[in-house]
Design a protein around this ligand. Structure first.
Ligand code: MN
Length: 155
């Protein structure tokens, strides 16, 4: 990404886009499950120790269920959906803020009929996400609201 002072928002695009910012696969080289989600890196500089990314989950899509040592600071910019943070499930919409603490299971899901777009701030240097093993999954599913959240996979 070049150091252009102002990068215009593309108000005409169907998904949120910024001038000269490539729309990338959410993750590459991984078998981690996810659906209908793209990634744009908005800010990434050697002199900043963080990165700001924009993720857009299409209607019915979801991010990977994962946890890691690094934290996420999330600001929803468009649409609506639900998030799992730990064993809590929350409905979220535009301008809500979500904090994902270290080592906390998390997943973002768009509503069935609306996208979910959010900014996510992370450390530039961060550990790799861990996926739940069957034991961790069964522990999560023991919480009814979490079981219901995870079951929306099958829709
Ligand atoms: Mn994560």
């Amino acid at each position: 990404m070049s150091d252009k002072t102002v990068r215009r928002f593309d108000a005409g695009a169907e998904s949120f886009r910024w001038e000269d910012v490539p729309v990338l696969d959410y993750k590459s080289g991984t078998a981690a499950p996810f659906r209908d989600i793209t990634r744009q890196t908005l800010f990434k500089r050697a002199d900043l120790r963080g990165e700001l990314r924009y993720f857009e989950v299409a209607a019915g899509g979801y991010s990977t269920l994962e946890r890691h040592q690094h934290t996420h600071a999330v600001l929803v910019l468009r649409g609506m959906g639900t998030c799992l943070v730990g064993t809590e499930v929350h409905r979220i919409g535009a301008f809500d803020l979500v904090t994902v603490p270290p080592r906390t299971w998390h997943q973002f899901r768009a509503a069935a009929n609306a996208p979910l777009g959010f900014l996510c701030m992370v450390d530039a240097e961060r550990d790799r996400p861990e996926l739940p093993d069957p034991h961790a999954l069964s522990q999560l599913r023991a919480v009814p609201a979490v079981a219901e959240f995870l079951a929306s996979d099958d829709s």
